[in-house]
Design a protein around this ligand. Structure first.
Ligand SMILES: Nc1ncnc2c1ncn2[C@@H]1O[C@H](COP(=O)(O)OP(=O)(O)O)[C@@H](O)[C@H]1O
Ligand SMILES: [Mg+2]
Length: 328
């Protein structure tokens, strides 16, 4: 077990292959790349037109021979060929940007807790095909807990809640192992979907992906705070023409609440399934929220109201194993 833990740090590259974002960490340097998990491909020539944030900007705006794809679904690869292409470009970009060329790097990559053997095998294959010499997999909450410097190697209950684009994972870690956990196939992207259906029903307009993301980031919250509203444009479902409406924070919250409550219940259930001694530690030390969803305003209050946990720490940046400098 301990060998496994120390083995984590002997790798060259930490790869956080998320549903929404890819992040690459280099040993001794920390985060060197953070881009959307999106790629744009010209299907006529099979050439890559763009990857990352620039590909994301093209989404919904390209002619039919260009495919803009996000090849991961709830943290799992859904399109192998495309993921391999994307990873190759990512490694090339890291090489170019950092002037660090690691021929055939040893890679450590994060996976959902409940990943199947088949899914593990395909991820390993893809990373190897993209040029790695060796791939080591680690559960996402474990990677986040290490990055957040939780004392996971001690016999202490460490509660981490990792909220990504397609997955929400809750885990209690002690002695380098996951003691109790819950993994939900919901995340920031499902929040967007819920807001889109809410606005369609309430206002009769259809929002685009960029608009709903902006709306969520600007006025989305999990707990009532100061009133806010925002003008948004969508396509009127009746006339088919653009229409502007004003939506407020309370409405966005209402749209997101069923999913937010599901996440809070998952935290509750995980604590309930944890041995009492470790629960005592958790109540003493609090929990850590990580991933993009940790930034949802008021989420700490919503959790506190249900669970009565003394304090919640945020890791606003997505941390990963190599976020900190690690000595050999
Ligand atoms: N301020 C914010 N408020 C609400 N959601 C946010 C905020 N910032 C980022 N997110 C959401 O976090 C998700 C991405 O989180 P991330 O941890 O990068 O995902 P993954 O690791 O699964 O790719 C996206 O769905 C994004 O909309
Ligand atoms: Mg993440």
């Amino acid at each position: 077990m301990l060998d496994k833990f120390f083995g984590l740090f002997s790798k060259d590259i930490g790869l956080d292959l998320g549903t929404s974002n890819i992040r690459v960490y280099l040993r001794g340097r920390g985060l060197v790349m953070s881009e959307s998990s999106v790629i744009a491909i010209n299907t006529r020539t099979d050439q890559i037109i763009a990857i990352g944030n620039s590909a994301l900007k093209m989404m919904g705006k390209v002619p039919s021979h260009i495919l803009v794809i996000s090849p991961l679904d709830h943290g799992i690869i859904s399109d192998f060929e495309v993921t391999e292409k994307m990873l190759k470009s990512v490694f090339e970009k890291v090489h170019r940007d950092t002037f660090t060329f690691i021929p055939r790097p040893k890679v450590i990559a994060s996976v959902p807790i409940d990943v199947t053997e088949v899914e593990q095998k395909s991820l390993e294959d893809v990373v190897l095909q993209a040029g790695a010499r060796e791939v080591f997999l680690v559960e996402r909450p474990m990677a986040a807990a290490i990055g957040a410097r939780m004392p996971i190697q001690e016999s202490i209950g460490n509660l981490i809640v990792e909220l990504g684009g397609g997955l929400s994972e809750v885990a209690v870690i002690s002695l380098n192992g996951i003691v109790s956990w819950k993994s939900l196939k919901i995340g920031g992207e499902s929040l967007n979907k819920n807001i889109i259906s809410y606005v369609r029903e309430k206002f009769g307009i259809l929002l685009g992906d960029h608009t709903v993301e902006e709306l969520k980031l600007k006025i989305g919250s999990a707990y009532a705070d100061k009133p806010q509203d925002m003008k948004i444009k969508g396509r009127d479902l009746v006339s088919g023409l653009p229409k502007e409406v004003t939506i407020n924070d309370q409405q966005v919250r209402e749209a997101m609440m069923p999913l937010l409550k599901t996440i809070v219940e998952a935290i509750h259930d995980t604590i309930e399934a944890t041995p009492p001694e470790l629960v005592a530690d958790i109540y003493e030390r609090g929990l850590i929220l990580s991933g993009g969803g940790a930034q949802i305003r008021g989420l700490d209050k919503l959790i506190q109201k249900r669970i009565n946990i003394p304090f919640i720490k945020f890791e606003r940046i997505n941390k990963f194993i190599f976020h900190q400098k690690i000595q050999n």
